[in-house]
Design a protein around this ligand. Structure first.
Ligand SMILES: Nc1nc2c(c(=O)[nH]1)N[C@H]1C(S)=C(S)[C@@H](COP(=O)(O)O)O[C@H]1N2
Ligand SMILES: [Mo]
Length: 339
């Protein structure tokens, strides 16, 4: 992202592609040199087969640090055909790209920074506070949460506000199921999410590029929609730290920045909560952030996007292709004003 506080315009997504590839080659070589260092965190992922060759995740050892593998059932279905009513059949973005081209400013501003740096994140033990306007507030351990609701696979498109996109097979728990368990009060209208603050583990937080912690929010009806997921994994495996381990939000009809990573708190509120990118640049990033090809970003068009791995741009779809499922949530709302 070029200026201090704003995502890069899509032009820079197109032109630096060769640079991005060169950099990856470089990182790969460093990885080979690094030897044991490559065995922790993202190191091994960068040694995985080249883009296009195989969409398969690395062998189980590679995910070792992230914790236990996902249940065999989830692992088996990850490579197979989509089964659910919400899954896309579009080609899945290779595991290597999903885990090496990231936005996670807590670990640096460059797309390749999180894969290199996020191994310092300690994802166990990890607990999540669920509180606010609920009858049964609680603090739950991440493994307890995964035992309550076995993560299921969802294959979703992800569209970043910078105008690139991916197709990712997530493993996750529908957020609505978690919220129902804590019993929202009649006053609950919104859900606020908070990322961990820990500058030692997240060195990017030593610089005030954004207001830490990263915070996000949804309207309660959006949070309860069956598409909305708390992801715990991808490609049938534990979520890598660079993708927001151990728990991150996925709202596939909204721009990617709504998908807050490494969540430590979920608070139900009466009032609309503040959100990080809206605080950084309110004229560029709204609370809703629904994918909308008809409403351009002030500095670039949102009409088209670059699917990672493709060269021709493709049209961006209203609500990222999920209009049938979610458009009714916004009946009567001016989507130009509520961007
Ligand atoms: N805490 C936190 N969450 C975050 C971000 C971030 O910088 N910090 N970046 C967001 C943006 S802009 C995008 S596009 C997605 C990227 O998710 P991915 O790296 O798993 O593809 O994460 C979102 N969640
Ligand atoms: Mo993004």
């Amino acid at each position: 992202m070029s200026d201090k506080k704003a995502p890069q315009p899509p032009e820079s997504e197109v032109t630096p592609e060769p640079l991005y590839r060169r950099r990856r080659e470089f990182i790969k070589n460093v990885g080979l040199f690094a030897g044991t260092a490559a065995a922790v965190g993202g190191g091994l992922y960068l040694l995985a087969p080249k883009r296009g060759k195989s969409p398969e995740p690395p062998p189980p050892e590679a995910a070792g640090k992230a914790g236990p593998a996902e249940p065999p059932a989830a692992q088996a279905s990850a490579a197979g055909n989509p089964a659910g009513p919400y899954d896309t059949t579009e080609e899945q973005t290779p595991y290597e790209d999903v885990t090496s081209y990231n936005n996670f400013y807590e670990f640096g501003l460059d797309k390749s920074d999180p894969a290199r740096n996020a191994h310092t994140l300690q994802t166990r033990p990890w607990s999540v506070v669920v509180d606010g306007e609920v009858h049964k507030p609680q603090t739950v351990d991440i493994d307890q949460l995964k035992a309550w609701f076995t993560p299921e696979q969802r294959i979703y498109r992800m569209r970043c506000v910078e105008a690139w996109s991916m197709v990712i097979p997530w493993l996750g728990i529908p957020l609505g199921e978690v919220l129902k368990r804590v019993e929202p009060t009649s006053r609950a209208k919104y859900v606020a999410f908070t990322t961990l603050v820990n500058p030692e583990q997240m060195p990017g937080q030593k610089r005030q590029v954004l207001d830490w912690p990263y915070v996000e929010g949804l309207r309660l009806d959006e949070a309860l929609h069956p598409l909305t997921l708390l992801a715990t994994g991808l490609y049938g495996r534990e979520l890598p730290p660079q993708n927001g381990a151990p728990l991150r939000l996925v709202v596939p009809w909204k721009y990617g920045f709504k998908g807050i990573k490494s969540i430590v708190r979920i608070t139900l509120t009466e009032r609309q909560p503040p959100t990080t990118w809206n605080l950084a640049a309110a004229n560029e990033y709204g609370f809703y952030a629904n994918v909308n090809p008809a409403v351009d970003h002030p500095r670039w068009s949102q009409a088209t996007e670059r699917r990672i791995g493709e060269f021709r741009r493709r049209p961006t779809l209203p609500f990222n292709g999920y209009a049938e499922q979610v458009a009714s949530l916004y009946a009567g709302l001016d989507l130009r004003e509520n961007y």
